[in-house]
Ligand binder design. Structure first.
Ligand SMILES: NC(=O)C1=CN([C@@H]2O[C@H](COP(=O)(O)OP(=O)(O)OC[C@H]3O[C@@H](n4cnc5c(N)ncnc54)[C@H](O)[C@@H]3O)[C@@H](O)[C@H]2O)C=CC1
Ligand SMILES: O=C(O)CCC(=O)C(=O)O
Length: 448
């Protein structure tokens, strides 16, 4: 019998061999399985039943053609994806990403992470992710609508409130969810509210879903800081991105007394020493869909740094909230050298493995995305609950539930890391808690 570490290396090698060219997926798998050695030693039944090997293989992968016409009548063909990764704990659940970089490897890394994240929430949801290489940037509302209708015309047959429930991610917000739901309703002749989450609260969406990922990440950060006798009060913070997650991360940091001095988009960075003007940011990015460079035209004392690296800006608290692999080893070193004491990931897998190592060796608080940003999908599950019971909850009640869920995720990760001999290591805690919940259900179901 090979040693546990050899066994894990063998599983990883098989994943690479079976999924060539999908580097982000390989990275996400490596990060999880490298932490599972102590679990396999304590519970040999998981190794005997090949639970890890089964979790690494999606239950179903759907790839489809999405033809649509632009405003000039020109025909375009994009590619659509839905990877239904694991349904041990509930219907497949996870967002859709519309971005030109989307390919199978990105969707699979996101879907794989989603399995453990969803398990961590304690809600009955399995893991999935989907999307398309369609670029919504610069498209008219009519073009986005025609694309969404075409996308749903194929995907609808795989969805259902008890089967697979998508939501938003990069490039997919309330506008896109509206177009997707409208087409689903039209094709199926069913007002099946629970088939998508992230809907507008005017027609079946949950209050707080829009804010949930950002607010939840800040709640997780607050818990990590509390353990160290710290708080956000008076702390200088940096939040990358300026989309849904970044905006509501900034909002909650400000409410809790922190000062966010920088944010970004894929073109550049805004540095505003006296603190980001959130109303302006929301107007520019969420309402007018403009570039962040325009922020500096409105505030003479703000600096726009085209192509800049936001992690060069000194801060106590860093919250990467844009995209994967945005913090490399050099950026992580810079953050630590500049006095950063805590990093909480609003984005999925924003820190490269070498960067994670830097944070862990420096002993700073590091909250990995699958735990720190789980508030979004947890509130999606609360939306599903409201849809199923034909009920609507108040903002205050829903936010209180979100807060409790984030505290519980933090507690379970923290205590499990200690139990498995790595106190303070939230990567180990999150991976083990998520894995054990999924593995237990998979064992119970027999070999399926
Ligand atoms: N929307 C949600 O509920 C959840 C989102 N996430 C993750 O959070 C991250 C952000 O997603 P959303 O805010 O929903 O998307 P979004 O589409 O609302 O915003 C994405 C933002 O990231 C910026 N961005 C993209 N690439 C960048 C780059 N290379 N450098 C700097 N900025 C860049 C964009 O300009 C935009 O401001 C993603 O990693 C997503 O997977 C995680 C959990 C839930
Ligand atoms: O709310 C959801 O179902 C998905 C959220 C998501 O895509 C994520 O957690 O990365």
């Amino acid at each position: 019998m090979p040693q546990t570490s050899e066994k894990i290396d063998q599983i990883y090698d098989q994943v690479v061999q079976r999924n060539p060219g999908e580097s982000e997926f390989h990275q996400a798998v490596r990060e999880v399985i490298d932490t599972l050695g102590p679990v396999l030693r304590k519970y040999p039944q998981y190794a005997e039943s090949k639970i890890i090997e089964r979790i690494c293989e999606p239950e179903r992968q759907i790839i489809f053609r999405v033809p649509w016409q632009d405003d000039r009548g020109e025909v375009h063909i994009n590619r659509g994806f839905r990877v239904e990764f694991n349904s041990a704990l509930g219907p497949y659940k996870g967002g859709l990403r519309f971005h030109p970089s989307v390919y199978l490897g990105i969707v699979k890394f996101l879907g794989f992470e989603q399995i453990f994240k969803n398990a961590l929430t304690g809600m009955p949801i399995g893991g999935a992710k989907g999307g398309s290489d369609f670029d919504p940037k610069g498209k008219s509302d009519g073009e986005v609508m025609r694309f969404c209708q075409s996308f749903m015309t194929e995907l609808f047959r795989h969805l259902g409130e008890y089967t697979d429930v998508p939501a938003g991610d990069i490039g997919v917000g309330a506008r896109e969810i509206g177009f997707l739901f409208g087409q689903y309703k039209r094709i199926t002749n069913r007002y099946e509210s629970g088939v998508l989450t992230g809907k507008s609260p005017h027609w079946g969406g949950a209050l707080v879903r829009r804010e949930a990922t950002g607010y939840g990440s800040v709640y997780f950060m607050d818990e990590m800081l509390k353990v160290r006798g710290e708080s956000l009060e008076g702390k200088v913070c940096v939040v990358s991105g300026s989309g849904n997650v970044a905006i509501y991360t900034i909002e909650k940091i400000q409410t809790l007394g922190g000062k966010v001095v920088a944010c970004s988009d894929s073109d550049g960075v805004i540095f505003h020493k006296r603190g980001i003007d959130l109303n302006l940011l929301k107007q520019l990015k969420s309402v007018e869909r403009r570039r962040i460079a325009d922020y500096a035209n409105e505030h003479g004392d703000a600096e726009y740094i085209p192509g800049g690296n936001i992690w060069d800006i000194p801060c106590k608290v860093a919250m990467p909230s844009a995209t994967q692999n945005e913090i490399n080893e050099a950026s992580a070193r810079r953050l630590v050298a500049n006095g950063c004491i805590a990093v909480g990931e609003g984005a999925n897998m924003p820190t490269m493995p070498e960067g994670v190592k830097v944070f862990q060796e420096a002993g700073i608080a590091y909250g990995p995305g699958k735990a720190a940003n789980a508030g979004g999908v947890a509130t999606s599950a609360l939306e599903m609950q409201q849809n199923a019971s034909r009920d609507t909850w108040t903002f205050e009640h829903t936010e209180q539930r979100l807060h409790e869920i984030m505290k519980e995720i933090h507690r379970s990760c923290y205590e499990t890391a200690a139990e498995f001999g790595s106190p303070g290591n939230y990567v180990i805690g999150a991976n083990i808690v998520g894995f054990l919940r999924v593995a237990e259900a998979m064992l119970a179901f027999g070999l399926i």
